[in-house]
Design a protein around this ligand. Structure first.
Ligand code: GLA
Length: 389
């Protein structure tokens, strides 16, 4: 068991006395609804059974000791609850530190330190939200160790707050929400304008969800993510001069076509068009699923990719190659990039009997064209965070 080896490592590094808790928080994949969550639109993500494991113990002083089995070369990184600020040398620990800081900002000051050992089996920088997974996990651990009165939805909001304000990425709520609120076998249809949500069962008869990882690393912070977000904000402000709306997510396709001439640049028209059409596509996709029309769901996934490639311009050669090669395989119901883009992963729905061919064919074509290999994962939809021990 993975969690047992995390606990063993904890005991080896920090001793076995006192109460040690072992926890898990998932990663997530978004089925459709990309770059809509900061535009007041809908998303449709699900939690995975891969994620981050953590062993933790409360301390009686202010010290924090961090260790990650994914970054063993960094050794034990120390900090203090009295000194919670982002630091380059703090590396990955800026995520858990950010959560401890955010709890304080929300009136739940963390008075004592802790020892924490993490291990994640989400491929790093893959766009499956390893950082949001660490954030939600840390919040879950703080709640458990210190007895804070917060719901799982609060843990998602605190995670987003710390990502925005501590780690400097203007992300929306999707990743942390999908992780904190995950439910096995279900995707979450979330309206990011109101945080109203519904669980939708994902019953894929004779098909699997396959993640293809481009192995092109994506650092959100240095990517064009914040730039896309501000392009959408400018487009919204331009539209607001002619129509009273609060977000691009309020517009139907027809309404957008009527007001788009208010947007002052072709690039911003394309960015806003993606946000509007992708939101409508997400609503249609969930309806299709409710009607058991997986073929239409797949087609909408394909359309989503084309819009992210042509209008939003967040795909790039690696993701386009994975998706375009996937589309060629008989038995692929739908395929698109997932997450922020600029590298990371694609998500495909593939008929059981085609999975092997898919991995072989897409893998071969990718390596030939890109020069290095992609990785493939057949994934299951899992639950939100939990205490394992
Ligand atoms: C990243 C962000 C999310 C969302 C996606 C794009 O994963 O963290 O909030 O904006 O990109 O859909």
């Amino acid at each position: 068991m993975i969690w047992q080896s995390v606990l063993e490592k904890f005991k080896e590094l920090f001793g076995s006395e006192g109460e040690i808790g072992v926890y898990f928080a998932p990663g997530r994949v978004n089925m459709i609804g990309e770059h809509t969550d900061y535009n007041g639109g809908h998303v449709f993500p699900c939690a995975l059974t891969i994620g981050t494991y953590g062993a933790a113990r409360k301390r009686t002083d202010k010290k924090i000791r961090f260790y990650s089995l994914n970054f063993e070369h960094l050794g034990v990184i120390e900090s203090s609850v009295e000194n919670l600020k982002p630091e380059k040398e703090a590396d990955w620990t800026n995520y858990p530190k950010g959560i401890m800081w955010a709890f304080g900002e929300k009136g739940m000051s963390v008075e004592y330190g802790m020892d924490l050992v993490l291990y994640g089996n989400i491929p790093n920088g893959s766009g499956l939200s390893s950082s949001a997974s660490v954030e939600v996990l840390t919040g879950f651990i703080l709640r458990d160790l210190f007895g804070f009165d917060v719901s799982n939805q609060d843990l998602a909001l605190i995670g987003q707050y710390s990502e925005n304000k501590f780690n400097g990425v203007n992300c929306g709520i999707m990743d942390q929400f999908a992780i904190a609120m995950g439910k096995a076998g279900h995707a979450i249809f979330l309206d990011t304008a109101t945080l109203e949500y519904e669980y939708a069962p994902i019953k894929l008869e004779n098909a699997k969800i396959v993640i293809s990882c481009s192995n092109k690393k994506r650092g959100l912070g240095d990517s064009k993510y914040n730039e896309r977000r501000s392009e959408c904000e400018t487009a919204l402000a331009e539209i607001q001069k002619v129509k009273a709306i609060h977000s691009l997510g309020e517009l139907t396709e027809e309404e957008f076509e009527e007001v788009k001439s208010a947007i002052g640049s072709d690039i911003r028209i394309r960015r806003a068009r993606h946000a509007v059409y992708e939101n409508q596509r997400t609503i249609k996709a969930v309806k299709a699923l409710q009607n058991n029309d997986v073929t239409l769901f797949g087609q909408l996934m394909n359309d989503s990719h084309a819009s992210l490639r042509d209008d939003y311009e967040v795909t790039g050669l690696e993701l386009d190659t994975l998706v375009e090669e996937a589309w060629k395989v008989d038995g692929v119901i739908g395929s698109r990039m997932t997450g922020a883009g600029f590298g990371g992963c694609t998500v495909s729905i593939v008929k059981d009997k085609a999975v092997e061919t898919f991995i072989e064919q897409v893998g071969k074509a990718y390596e030939e064209k890109i020069g290095y290999a992609a990785d493939f994962y057949v994934v299951e939809i899992g639950d939100g965070p939990k205490r394992l021990y």
